[in-house]
Design a binder for this molecule. Structure first.
Ligand code: ATR
Length: 271
């Protein structure tokens, strides 16, 4: 049995052990996957203890993704540009290899829910770690253009500059946006504190589809707002969660599980 875990703080709420357990059954892989709550100031030592136990890999969630990035011996291109990792692989020679599967999870779910992204005008709201991790996979999906906006404009500009060479991406001031978008993605953590980024209604038209990376029992604040101003379709980030897990699983095990097979059960668990 190969050992894996997800590291975070807090971690009790994590669905990853369930998801990876289902993926293992689906693909007949002999793995064990646990949830480990690392003390906030002891991530590295907690992780190294786990590696000493013979572990093969780990997922990393908040607030440790940047720390995990910093301690990797090797990084994938996606992880390098994301500046954060959510997937670690431990080699037999003792190396730690980092990857970031969040963006692939997002893009796969967007395509599943909204169809092909070709030529789509996409607005990414937020410029923190969650936004940064998704930009490269979005730019690699033949989209029309990606506009980044944020409460703090400066951070949106920095991200647009960072990814300038990888596709059609720019930053716009959140207060003066007045174009309709095909897809609007919320990556902010505003909803966690019951808030909403100050978005103008003009970005939402009758054909606009909205995606909130957050999810919960009830409709998210961002999706509630999007519906109230006439968005065509709103989706939460549950599919992204399962999608990033599927990609991590495939990196570790060399076989891609089918996220759709567990989506309805996960949705039921949420309600
Ligand atoms: P994460 O890793 O979840 O992206 P983060 O790096 O702290 O977390 O980034 C949080 C993002 O949510 C930022 O874009 C932040 O905007 P600022 O850069 O202006 O801080 C955004 N955010 C958080 N609370 C918000 C709020 N109440 N209104 C608007 N944006 C908010």
């Amino acid at each position: 049995t190969d050992l894996y875990a997800v590291f975070g703080n807090p971690i009790v709420q994590s669905k990853s052990p369930y998801i990876h357990g289902e993926f293992a059954k689906q693909t007949s892989q002999d793995i064990s996957y646990q949830a480990i709550e690392s003390p906030v100031d002891q991530f590295e030592s907690t992780l190294r203890t786990f590696i000493t136990q013979g572990a093969k890999g780990a997922n990393v969630t908040a607030p440790f993704k940047e720390q995990a990035y910093a301690l990797c011996d090797e990084l994938s291109e996606l992880a390098k540009l994301a500046g954060a990792v959510n997937t670690l692989s431990f080699t037999s020679k003792g190396k730690i290899i980092g990857d970031n599967t969040d963006g692939v999870g997002l893009v796969n779910d967007l395509q599943m829910q909204f169809g092909a992204l070709d030529s789509k005008r996409i607005l990414l709201v937020g410029a923190g770690g969650a936004a940064r991790g998704c930009i490269l996979p979005l730019l690699q999906s033949h989209i029309g253009k990606l506009v980044i906006c944020n409460r703090t404009y400066n951070k949106a500009q920095q991200l647009a500059t960072l990814f300038h060479d990888y596709g059609h991406v720019c930053a716009e001031d959140i207060n003066t946006l007045n174009d309709e978008f095909d897809i609007v993605i919320n990556s902010t953590s505003a909803g966690l504190s019951g808030e909403l980024a100050p978005l103008p209604e003009a970005i939402i038209g009758p054909n606009t589809m909205c995606y909130d990376m957050s999810y919960g029992k009830n409709i998210t604040i961002f999706n509630q707002w999007a519906q109230s101003v006439g968005a065509k379709h709103t989706v939460n980030g549950l599919g992204m969660l399962v999608g990033q897990a599927a990609k991590s699983f495939s990196i570790w095990r060399g076989v891609m599980p089918d996220p759709q097979m567990i989506m309805s059960t996960i949705r039921q668990q949420m309600s």
